[in-house]
Design a protein around this ligand. Structure first.
Ligand SMILES: [Fe+2]
Ligand SMILES: [Fe+2]
Length: 474
């Protein structure tokens, strides 16, 4: 169970490590300062029907109740230790999993933890204005739940920095509260976390696409030979599932509503669809293209010696590493990657160790494709002849082998001019953003009411009714 009687709730026996406890208690007010400044705008007095983790067991999620978000019990929760756990891959395979940081990997490991940690507050910053345009009280509650949990993920990474990296770690923990998403001078570390999330269509796309990148990165780190990192990430993953649920069902409900209106009024032209106050399917496709492509960049270069080093040293594994049936060393294995040669995309095999970013990206794409397939079924069930597609992997990329090439969603390499001529048929344009935002000029918060552009969900949170008061405004 988690000890909630302490100032910082935890299941790591924090009270026995006074130095660490003092360091974290020093960081806590800085974190609260960040939350008041950069957490959900004007939300601090709301009472929100949130779930709080009360145990790190898979069923420890039953605690629902009204919480003012600044009173949320952020804390430090690790999955319990498995004494027999080993390093499961790389050159240290078969050693007991490390309980302290191996000296030779200290700076690499710190960088990995900081990079993951930086994404957590970034997404809260990106989403902080969206409460003012929520489509329902149910959705408002969901974004707040996502936000407080991202806050806790930051706590999780900061615990590792404080506990295992001494003074450098404490400095990094302070920097995590100093960077700001989209800031010109002190931005967040990764590109997608500096993009604005200007509206709820973007928010659902972000939680579907970008939170899922989070899932895959956490899965790879949950395999780490550094046991405290693995255990921390395992617990974070249980929370990530809800974030992706919010994204997938959010888009699904938008599609459902659009299809209902198209059928009812027998319209197909996007202008006619917009005239009825719902989001036309081509606009949804353009948002999808944008969020998918910027998220693919988060996996890094297709061929990467860093990725090889992380793996060989046992710091970051593959997706479901221990379920894979091979030697877990990959000395002779190969993996296909693509590149542009002479205006054509070709695929060739490279050493699998260097292609681990690409492999993780491919695992991600597979799961994304399933989700897009489920959205497609909503359209098909409505009998509307429209296909949502994932663009080619090389479309609109700024990191890796496709950088600097102009590839259309079908995977054809174009001239820059030809690509620019179609850019805004493929990516959201200023009119798309203006239209989507025009639908969200105010918030819908009467219990049980939903904005016209989105269908209600199939059921409420924690079996509550759809007209349950998920947020109390004070
Ligand atoms: Fe997270
Ligand atoms: Fe998340």
């Amino acid at each position: 169970m988690i000890n909630y009687t302490e100032k910082i709730p935890n299941n790591v026996d924090l009270g026995r490590d006074r130095v660490l406890q003092r360091a974290l208690e020093h960081w806590q007010p800085a974190y609260m300062g960040w939350w008041y400044d950069m957490g959900p705008n004007e939300s601090h007095n709301y009472e929100v029907y949130l779930r709080t983790a009360t145990s790190v067991e898979p069923d420890g999620w039953a605690q629902f109740g009204y919480v003012k978000m600044p009173d949320y019990r952020w804390g430090i929760f690790l999955q319990p230790r498995d004494e027999k756990r080993e390093v499961n891959f790389g050159i240290h395979k078969g050693q007991s999993a490390w309980q302290e940081v191996p000296g030779e990997y200290r700076s690499t490991l710190r960088r990995v933890i900081v990079t993951q940690g930086d994404t957590e507050p970034a997404s809260v910053e990106q989403q902080r204005m969206l409460g003012a345009s929520c489509p329902s009280m149910y959705d408002l509650r969901n974004i707040f739940q996502v936000n407080v949990e991202e806050g806790r993920h930051l706590w999780a990474m900061v615990y590792l920095l404080h506990r295992y990296f001494g003074r450098d770690g404490r400095e990094e923990a302070e920097s995590l509260l100093a960077r700001r998403s989209g800031d010109a001078d002190n931005p967040r570390i990764l590109g997608a976390f500096n993009e604005p999330t200007p509206d709820w269509l973007a928010f659902y796309m972000f939680t579907f696409f970008t939170d899922r990148d989070g899932k895959f990165q956490l899965c790879a780190l949950a395999e780490s030979g550094f046991d405290p990192l693995a255990r921390t990430c395992r617990f974070m993953l249980t929370e990530e599932a809800h974030h992706m649920f919010v994204g997938e069902t959010g888009i699904s409900r938008i599609i459902q509503r659009t299809c209902e209106v198209m059928k009812e009024h027998k319209v197909e032209d996007p202008q006619d669809v917009r005239a009825l106050g719902v989001i036309d399917l081509p606009t949804i496709q353009r948002y999808l293209n944008f969020h998918y492509s910027v998220t693919l960049d988060l996996y890094g270069s297709d061929v990467s010696s860093n990725a090889a080093n992380y793996y060989t040293s046992g710091l970051k594994g593959r997706f479901r590493e221990t379920k894979l049936e091979d030697d877990h060393v990959l000395a002779d294995a190969e993996y296909p990657v693509s590149e542009v040669v002479g205006g054509k995309i070709i695929t060739k095999n490279v050493p699998a160790l260097t292609a681990l970013n690409e492999r993780l990206r491919d695992d991600y794409i597979e799961e994304i494709a399933d989700g897009v397939g489920r959205w497609q079924r909503v359209i098909d069930n409505a009998g509307i002849p429209f296909r949502l597609t994932l663009p080619h992997k090389g479309f609109h990329r700024e990191i890796g082998n496709f950088t600097g090439h102009f590839i259309n969603p079908d995977g054809e390499v174009l001239s820059e001019e030809a690509w620019r001529n179609h850019e805004f048929a493929w990516l959201p344009n200023a009119k798309d953003y203006a239209y989507v935002q025009s639908l969200m000029s105010g918030r819908v918060v009467e219990p049980g009411k939903f904005a016209n552009w989105i269908a209600p969900p199939a059921r409420g949170i924690n079996n509550q009714a759809l007209n349950f008061e998920y947020v109390r405004f004070n």
